[in-house]
Design a protein around this ligand. Sequence first.
Ligand SMILES: Nc1ncnc2c1ncn2[C@@H]1O[C@H](COP(=O)(O)OP(=O)(O)OP(=O)(O)O)[C@@H](O)[C@H]1O
Length: 248
Amino acid sequence: MAEGKHFPVLELKGVTKQMNQKKLVNNLSFSLQQGDIYGFLGPNGSGKTTTLRMITRLIFPTSGEIFINGYSVERDYRKALSVVGSIIENPAFYLDLTAKQNLKLSAELSDTKIGGARIDEVLEIVHLSDVKNDKIKTFSLGMKQRLGFANALLCRPAIIILDEPTNGVDPAGLREMKELIKRLSQQENITFLISSHMLREMQDLCNRVTIIQKGSLVETGLVNELLKDYGVDNLEDLFFACVQEARQ
Ligand SMILES: Nc1ncnc2c1ncn2[C@@H]1O[C@H](COP(=O)(O)OP(=O)(O)OP(=O)(O)O)[C@@H](O)[C@H]1O
């Protein structure tokens, strides 16, 4: 962590992304504290993926700045991104290699030094030790998803970023994923930022939400407090109350 004072694990300060005269993300500011599970919500095309891609430096903001543990993603990206595990695009694994071989390859490509013991450790955390020597082509989608988590865990991240992780996952896989996220948040104190349209699942999982629309912040805060403020009892109603209010 940057020296001196306590920083949010992730902080966006007035971040804007403009493309072809259009503001895909508009002056967005919010911050994430350690150990929380954040839902990142918004209608289709509201700028969630664009924001997550800026946080992980796949694209650059037009203006504004992003900090991770106090380090600027633009100016100090090695330090900033060394604590980020992300699953933004679908994790692409080599189907003819085993789970362990895939993680080994990923570890070799990483900026951080990752030993063989850590590879075994992350496979254990996601309960894939028994099949670590099986080829990925024999894996179910749920197992591939867990391997994606194992891959994100390799660098001992402070934050894991997930872009619509529930897409195509069956109910058993969904339950497994939610349990895994809760366990990692509690036991490893990992912060999660999860973009999703599955509001019921997000209600089970998240203690905080950030809602955006047309690239702009609509609401951010503790789920329980926002439910009270808006006089609703579930995240779906909260979402529509926020998004409709912003439309007017
Ligand atoms: N490379 C690009 N060039 C121009 N416009 C883009 C580009 N990428 C995304 N957009 C536009 O930016 C807006 C925000 O897209 P983004 O994918 O960030 O939204 P999202 O909230 O993740 O949407 P969804 O929930 O549908 O995944 C959309 O209008 C999209 O068409």
